[in-house]
Design a protein around this ligand. Structure first.
Ligand code: SF4
Length: 384
């Protein structure tokens, strides 16, 4: 009789770093007595790892890309049940697939609920011993879950708006600092759309300087942020931790910040960037181009922004605006679609159509954004 239970955990090799998408979690301490934890390379899965005694595979997926990998396993192993939970199921993309495998079940229950434990009752843990040779000389990004929901949650293009989650905010970094995981650099990626004031106050002062630890988190440009950074740096007393500081600026003009319902002002972006420069933070940001409603004044304002912030951004990514399903902007331009976007059968949204004039203005804005930093990341499918 098949009795073995397996828990899949995904990792991927991204630009030379190993990203562990299932990081520290409550599931580990409860479930290590129920089944075996197996790491799966998301981009190059070993489809032969499931032996003949395996009856069921449990997996938490954060994206439709991970679900697709599970679907592929399920098709190859029709005698094994696959139970998928996690953010990809809790906040699902719309399914357009007609070939959803019969041996896959999705659940919105947490792992603890599924196995009748209380939520957050387990000891937080992680076991990377089976991939220790893969990670030993690498930068390894650990996911430290803070929150799934953004405390602002009102930007018109954002999938994080109104999405609940059952992730508990933890304020103790000891498990991260004391882990004996051996690798070149532990990058602690705080999984949250943005630290709120309390989280900043409680978590940031715990950061330590250590050669092999770097912290990585998202933050909004709210007015409290520069003050929080001042407080944080006083607490370090000269021993400055390594920090990757990510800001979602998107399009820094008065007109577009208002249109996006971004909830902060151009001035608060400038104040935040002054503070990150003051403390030499490695600052990353995203810009978005492809706005149907862009104006010539927006381009003038972008040029001014770039002049004023030159040298303050270490790394920028430029994305084309797309209108994801279940967002305000998806409704806005649904009669002006240039291209619908799918990922292997999962509907993701669409690129809005641009007039010739809007296309030119977006191109000009993009060229200014590219002057902000020496390191610019542009997705291949850009078209602007
Ligand atoms: S601040 Fe960021 S995470 Fe929050 S709603 Fe806006 S885009 Fe989404």
């Amino acid at each position: 009789m098949k009795t073995t239970k397996i828990f899949f955990q995904f990792y991927r090799n991204y630009k030379g770093a190993i990203i562990l998408s299932n990081g520290f979690s409550d599931a580990y301490s409860h479930c290590k007595n129920i089944g075996e934890f197996v790491w799966v390379n998301q981009d190059n899965p070993d489809y032969k790892i499931l032996g003949s005694s395996v009856s069921v595979v449990f997996v938490s997926c954060i994206s439709c890309e991970q679900e697709i990998v599970v679907f592929n396993y399920a098709r190859l192993h029709s005698d094994i049940q696959f139970i998928i939970g996690g953010p990809a199921v809790i906040n699902p993309f719309k399914y357009t697939r007609e070939d959803f495998p019969e041996n896959v079940i999705e659940t919105k229950l947490s792992v603890e609920e599924y196995f009748n434990f209380s939520n957050f009752s387990g000891m937080w843990g992680i076991d990377v011993s089976s991939i220790k040779d893969i990670i030993k000389d690498k930068i390894v990004s650990f996911n430290y879950s803070i929150e799934t929901k953004c405390y602002w949650g009102k930007c018109i293009f954002c999938k994080y708006c109104d999405k609940g989650g059952r992730i508990k905010t933890r304020y103790d970094l000891d498990i991260v600092h004391n882990s004996d995981i051996s690798c070149k650099l532990k990058q602690i990626r705080f999984s949250t759309p943005g630290f709120n004031k309390t989280q900043m106050l409680k978590i940031l002062p715990q950061f330590i300087y250590q050669d092999d630890i770097k912290y990585d988190f998202f933050c909004r440009c709210d007015t409290f942020v520069p003050k929080m950074l001042d407080t944080m740096y006083e607490s370090y007393k000269g021993k400055i931790p390594q920090i990757k500081f990510r800001l979602g600026i998107e399009f820094p003009t008065v007109n577009m910040l208002k249109f996006m319902n971004k909830g902060f002002t151009l001035q608060s972006i400038l104040n935040t960037l002054d503070a990150t420069k003051r403390y030499n933070l490695e600052t990353y940001t995203n810009f978005i181009v492809g706005w149907p409603n862009i104006t010539p004044q927006d381009v003038i304002d972008v040029e001014m922004f770039v002049n004023e912030t030159y040298g303050k951004l270490a790394h920028i990514s430029i994305w084309r605006l797309y209108c994801p399903d279940d967002t305000t902007i998806h409704e806005m331009y649904k009669n002006q679609v240039e291209e619908y976007l799918y990922h292997e059968g999962f509907y993701k949204g669409y690129f809005p159509e641009l007039s010739d004039k809007a296309l030119q203005l977006n191109k000009q804005a993009k060229n200014y954004f590219k002057l902000c930093s020496k390191i610019v990341n542009e997705p291949d499918k850009e078209n602007i």
